[in-house]
Design a protein around this ligand. Structure first.
Ligand code: NAD
Ligand code: MG
Length: 336
């Protein structure tokens, strides 16, 4: 059983008198920066002076500096810019400016796992990764909760890397929920696998297929949207809180019988698992990482085409229309 840590295992005093530099002010960046600041920690934000986030971070009351200067100040430097940009920014602006005995931190192990960033000598390297979107990391913190998080130490130069990482996770609220110990390799590979096969890749295509089958059969777009997209969250909320058995307890026996007989027709386990193993193999041998880095470098042709296709899809347009007409109380998530 993997080791778990909670608030009582974390000593935030470890960050007294230290500066935490947050590089990037997007989904994760704004959440880490604000949560740490609210926890009484001294935060500096590192950005491109020409970027859109610069003004946003300033308006939120942070000291904002160009990346190189911010990195110089940091006792902990947390990399929260997009994974595909980190290697270049790191080589040019961060590596030459890291203080000896400081810590380089990540919220995803991608660049370290695939060696796009090689840990520098004399610096701790750790992972402090909330297992949730950045906007939820912030909204949960504000409500007094936290998002379950992962911790991993790649390099323990100071002998205290784990204590520093635990203090950091306490500062962003992760310790309130629980912190699971892992490695950069395990976090990277399971994270990529989960988002590709189940959470994003799998689920979006499943919703889309359901929506298309119903609308192509002549049912209304609105009915199809509610059934195959909107209700997913309500079902998953039950799974999240009570497990699949708890969800099955709440739904009707008719729905539960349908789950048992039709689930395997739609998702034939043997075939689907074989397909998933193919995805996992590409993640493990670095093929996916290489393809993504190349896609990004060549101007993202596939990425842009697919993103536009989804934006124009009837499922998305129907959802937008319905959200404008109805009050759904979708938590208090703010997509800033
Ligand atoms: P994002 O795309 O939301 O953040 C982009 C930020 O980086 C912006 O503030 C932008 O101005 C800044 N930026 C972009 N290029 C820059 C440059 N060249 N120099 C300086 N700043 C630059 O990123 P994100 O989704 O928050 O992801 C950050 C990290 O967190 C990644 O490692 C990602 O894997 C990890 N992560 C993200 C999530 C999530 O919820 N999005 C969840 C878990 C882990
Ligand atoms: Mg993920």
């Amino acid at each position: 059983m993997a080791k778990m840590y909670y608030a009582a295992d974390c000593d935030m005093k470890k960050l007294d008198g230290k500066v935490v530099t947050i590089i990037g002010y997007g989904s994760q960046g704004h959440a880490h920066a604000k949560n740490l600041k609210d926890s009484g920690i001294n935060v500096v934000v590192g950005l491109r002076p020409t970027g859109k986030s610069w003004e946003a971070a300033k308006a939120d009351g942070f000291e904002v500096l160009p990346v190189a200067e911010a990195a110089k100040k940091g006792d902990i430097v947390m990399m929260l810019i997009p994974d595909e940009l980190q290697a270049e920014v790191y080589a040019k602006e961060i590596e030459p400016n890291l203080k000896p005995g400081s810590a380089l931190a990540f919220a995803h192990g991608f660049n370290v796992r695939y060696s796009y960033i090689k840990p520098p000598a004399g610096v701790d390297v750790f992972l402090a990764a909330p297992k949730g979107p950045g906007h939820t990391v912030r909204s949960q913190f504000v409500e007094g909760f936290g998002v379950p998080s992962l911790i991993a130490v790649e390099v323990n130069a100071t002998g205290e890397a784990k204590e520093t990482a635990l203090a950091y996770l306490a500062g962003i609220g992760g310790a309130r929920a629980g912190i699971l110990e892992t490695t950069f390799k395990e976090e990277t590979e399971t994270d990529l696998f989960g988002e590709q096969t189940v959470l994003c890749g799998g689920v979006v295509d499943l919703m889309r297929a359901g929506f298309e089958v119903l609308t192509e059969a002549g049912y209304s777009k609105e009915a199809a949207y509610f059934e195959c997209v909107h209700e997913l969250k309500l079902i998953i909320d039950l799974v999240n809180k009570f497990g699949v058995s708890g969800m099955d307890f709440s739904i009707s026996d008719t729905a539960e019988y349908g789950q048992y007989v039709s689930g395997p027709r739609v998702v034939p386990l043997d075939t689907v698992k074989e397909n998933m193993r193919g995805v996992l193999a590409d993640i493990q041998d670095g093929t996916f990482a290489k393809n993504w880095v190349e896609e990004h470098k060549s101007g993202r042709p596939l990425f842009t085409k697919k993103r536009e296709e989804i934006r124009q899809h009837a499922m998305e347009l129907t959802g937008k229309d319905l959200r404008e007409k109805m009050n759904w109380g979708v938590n208090n998530i703010d997509l800033v």
